[in-house]
Design a binder for this molecule. Structure first.
Ligand code: DGY
Length: 323
């Protein structure tokens, strides 16, 4: 009998095709995040689970369903209790690398949109207000010679830094590890979080979410930032205290924000919705056709490796294999 896989939402067919060569594959058919009960029911007695970042895979899900491998369709694995999976000998995999450029590109789309007021200006034109060139119309920020502060210099942070060099910016970063080679290539500098917040015209977040990064940016941090600064977040919503972000935007502690992620997705703080100086996107950082297909392929290959007793290339809990 073929092993069974449960996929919690439609993903690009290229990944499903790989899985169907070896397994019986069931896909949750609705165009919405699966509920916990539906997840447990769907994955019951399955061998492999391919969840999305919207799906919480906790102890209950693991123990009730008896799944043997989890291949997350995301690089971030904060939706999965990895510790519990490791204790249960369940390999967990993710999709790093293939989504780096798409996420860095979208970070830049947000930087440019919020600073140059693209969304506001587009709305103004569509509403029929454009009556002729105006020297004072939608004045925004500059990039060349300005400072960008990158929090977290993993793959995506580095890709953002490379793009920033192309915009002739001063680049500073805050990270748990130093990157001397990239520092000399791009002329960038590693600084403390406080210095980064103090110096940056643009602060962009690229750190994974964990207990350590929960509310990394809050009231105290907004106090330190320049009143002309912009905050960009394409990482995870909970890295920022969203209530304090709204206060900072309303009271002019910072000038604007570009967000792709939220504290309690898919809910978006009403305070943000009403503000003109923020650009809000529905978590589409990796949403390029190529990237999403590569993620599907990678997740499928990871799952197949794990279920075949091999070490998956993108293993999140390597201790299962390094015993
Ligand atoms: C990720 O991979 O973690 C992104 O947030 C969604 O693709």
């Amino acid at each position: 009998m073929k092993k069974r896989i449960f996929v919690t939402r439609e993903i690009p067919q290229v990944g499903i095709d790989i899985l169907q060569q070896h397994y019986e594959v069931e896909i949750f058919p609705e165009k919405r995040p699966i509920t916990k009960d539906e997840l447990i029911k769907g994955a019951m007695d399955c061998d492999g689970l391919l969840p999305l970042l919207t799906d919480k895979v906790d102890i209950e899900v693991m123990d009730e369903t008896g799944i043997k491998a989890i291949a997350n369709y995301a690089v971030g694995v904060d939706n999965i209790d990895v510790k519990a999976a490791t204790q249960r000998n369940i390999p967990v995999t993710n999709t790093p690398g293939v989504l780096t450029d798409a996420t860095a590109d979208l970070t830049w789309a947000l930087l440019l949109s919020v600073s140059r007021r693209i969304v506001e200006a587009d709305k103004y034109l569509r509403e029929g207000n454009f009556v002729g060139w105006d020297s004072m119309l939608y004045l925004g920020g500059d990039f060349a010679g300005r400072t960008i502060g990158i929090i977290g210099l993993g793959r995506i942070g580095q890709a953002v830094a490379r793009r920033a060099a192309g915009f002739d910016m001063n680049i500073i970063y805050h990270s748990t590890s130093s990157h001397p080679k990239l520092e000399s290539q791009l002329g960038m500098k590693r600084v403390s979080l406080e210095e980064l917040l103090k110096e940056s015209d643009y602060v962009t977040i690229h750190t994974p979410y964990s207990k350590k990064t929960h509310h990394l940016i809050g009231k105290k941090e907004f106090e330190i930032m320049k009143p002309t600064a912009y905050l960009i977040n394409t990482a995870r919503g909970k890295v920022v205290n969203e209530e304090e972000l709204v206060v900072a935007l309303v009271t002019g502690k910072i000038d604007g924000a570009g967000l792709d992620v939220y504290y309690n997705e898919p809910k978006v703080n009403k305070g943000l919705i009403d503000l003109p100086n923020v650009v809000l996107l529905p978590h589409i950082g990796t949403a390029s056709l190529y990237t999403r297909s590569k993620m599907a392929l990678m997740a499928a290959e990871n799952l197949h490796a794990a279920l075949s007793g091999e070490r998956p290339e993108n293993i999140v809990n390597p201790e299962l294999y390094d015993k």
